[in-house]
Design a protein around this ligand. Structure first.
Ligand code: SF4
Length: 440
């Protein structure tokens, strides 16, 4: 096999920068005539209740529109933007529709005749990805001729980086997403993610790094203006270069190690030719892990407040998005409930793999998986179970009250409102432009 070409381009202006990234790596040279093309952006979060930071979290509409124009220039008529946005109610079709409208995709419909598709309104098909991984994919994308994959260049608290291959998780159904967060340490999240691209049509990947995120995939970490585009028709090579640019050797990324073994390809860049900017010229370390105390038992911000009598371990890769989405709200509520009086040896456990510690007076188990895994555990003195899948936020609030943590119900009335608090960080920072997420 010859070397795969990956282009690196600094984002400078609409259309021309994306065009350069595509041309340098010949990314659309093998696009079949009359192809049915699907464009997969990354809309990892959306809410209708409040403006929230999209920089480094959601693919810019700038890049989406530029790709549509380049496809139209090649005579492509059948273009569909496809995404499966996580919502707490799987029947909620209004939130995805609101996202597509707000991001300007309706204007793309009018101007270029493209379509939009919420995967949860369409059929899924069981796909055997090999090595025992069977997941249900959006059937339309599987039947397409070509996939334009437009992830955001970001690090990720569970998979270290979230790039081209990980972005494909948005094409699978809810049960498959939960399945990906398996408690089996040998065949966990990274093992599953590594195989997501195995059975999809030919693709082109462009990592949108106009904005990048440190400690992603959401907005709680540090969002940056980085002005980088990385492109390739080889998704694995794009991800290896993307990882390097975020400051990681591909050897440090577990899903890339699995993918290298699966594809029988080198994990280093020996099979990649980089064109355009040099990696070293644009690389910048993006941390992925949220800071915790040395023993891993409390987030640093809670330690700083002086919180005592609480153990809240860092979530692991077995917690799925539905449960992990609670973490920010719960932590914000706990921080604001702290009055300087130690809590009564409370432990809060999440995901599928954690085990209760001995000597705790109250053990809060969040989510059906945690309850099933530990309900009979000998270390539990008093169990406070939040059973749902995904768990109910109000029940989580009641559980905290029962544990003696007097959280303010306002945090739980509308969880999405917490997303709006993060907008304050960007006041007076003109480099964070909302216009990148609009199509006028
Ligand atoms: S309980 Fe939480 S971690 Fe378990 S499958 Fe449901 S959402 Fe995922």
């Amino acid at each position: 096999m010859g070397k795969s070409v990956v282009s690196i381009v600094r984002y400078e202006k609409p259309l021309e920068s994306v065009r350069r990234a595509v041309d340098l790596c010949h990314g659309l040279d093998h696009l079949p005539n009359q192809a049915k093309v699907f464009i997969k952006p990354n809309i990892v979060f959306w809410t209708r209740t409040t403006p929230f930071p999209k920089w480094g979290v959601v693919t810019t509409s700038r890049v989406v529109e530029d790709m549509v124009i380049l496809l139209k220039e090649r005579g492509i008529k059948g273009i569909t933007i496809v995404e499966g946005i996580v919502t707490f109610d799987p029947k909620d079709t209004e939130t995805p529709a609101h996202a597509f409208e707000s991001l300007g995709y309706q204007n793309l419909k009018k101007r270029y005749g493209i379509k939009t598709m919420n995967v949860f309104e369409r059929p899924f098909k069981k796909v055997d990805l090999g090595a025992g991984v069977v997941l249900n994919f959006n059937e339309d994308t599987l039947q397409g001729d070509f996939l334009v994959n437009l992830p955001v260049l970001k690090t990720h608290a569970q998979t270290v980086v979230s790039l081209g291959i990980k972005n494909l998780k948005g094409l699978i159904d809810v049960n498959s997403r939960k399945k990906c967060h398996s408690p089996n340490p040998e065949k966990g999240l990274n093992y599953m993610v590594a195989r997501l691209a195995n059975k999809l049509p030919p693709s082109f990947t462009l990592l949108d790094g106009i904005y990048t995120a440190e400690r992603g995939p959401f907005f709680e970490g540090k969002l940056r203006r980085s002005d980088i585009l990385i492109a390739s028709s080889d998704i694995f090579s794009a991800d290896k270069v993307g990882a390097k640019i975020l400051g990681y050797d591909p050897m440090e990324i577990p899903y890339l190690i699995h993918a290298a073994q699966d594809f029988k390809r080198p994990i280093d860049l020996s099979d990649v030719e980089v064109v355009g900017e040099k990696i070293e010229a644009v690389a910048s370390r993006h941390e992925y892990a949220f800071p915790y105390t040395e023993d891993g038992n409390l987030p640093k911000p809670l330690e700083k407040l002086g919180v005592k009598g609480l153990t809240y371990r860092q979530y692991d890769d077995t917690i799925c998005t539905y449960c992990s989405g609670f973490t920010t709200v719960i932590l914000m509520a706990i921080a604001s409930a702290w009055r300087g009086e130690p809590w009564n040896e409370v432990e809060i456990l999440t995901g599928k793999r954690m085990k209760p510690s001995p000597g705790k007076k109250k053990t809060v188990l969040i989510g059906k998986c945690m309850v099933q895994a530990n309900k009979d555990h000998a270390n539990i003195h008093e169990m406070i179970a939040v059973k749902g899948c995904p768990p109910d936020l109000k029940e989580a609030m009641q559980a905290l009250h029962q544990a003696g943590i007097d959280v303010n119900p306002a945090f739980f009335d509308n969880m999405d409102m917490a997303a709006g608090f993060f907008m304050k960080r960007f006041e007076g920072k003109p480099e964070f432009e909302e216009s990148f997420f609009q199509i006028l």
